[in-house]
Design a protein around this ligand. Structure first.
Ligand SMILES: [Zn+2]
Length: 95
């Protein structure tokens, strides 16, 4: 099986990038010009661009009102070893 690793990237233009990759299993390298992909959204998860910085609940995966970059010591409804919960799930567990 091939096990590619990105080695070098040269930006040639808006639409072309030269890429060199190596195969860690066979000690071969590959290089070439890659063209901009026509359908970029298909290679990202559906919510990739919708992230507004709020953490989501690890149980129901609903968005919480707690920012992701807030330190865990200061977060509401955060349980160490479990993760961020929303108020609803937190209350369910601790009441
Ligand atoms: Zn929840």
């Amino acid at each position: 099986m091939k096990n590619f690793e990105l080695v070098q990237v040269h930006n040639r233009s808006e639409t072309e990038t030269e890429v060199i990759i190596r195969d860690k299993n066979s000690f071969l390298a590959y290089g070439g010009i890659l063209k901009k992909y026509d359908n970029p959204k298909s290679v990202y998860p559906p919510d990739y661009f919708e992230d507004d910085g709020m953490g989501s609940c690890v149980l129901c995966s609903k968005e919480t009102d707690v920012p992701k970059d807030q330190h865990i010591d200061l977060r509401k409804y955060y349980i160490e070893g479990v993760g961020q919960l929303c108020k609803k799930c937190f209350d369910k567990i601790y009441k």
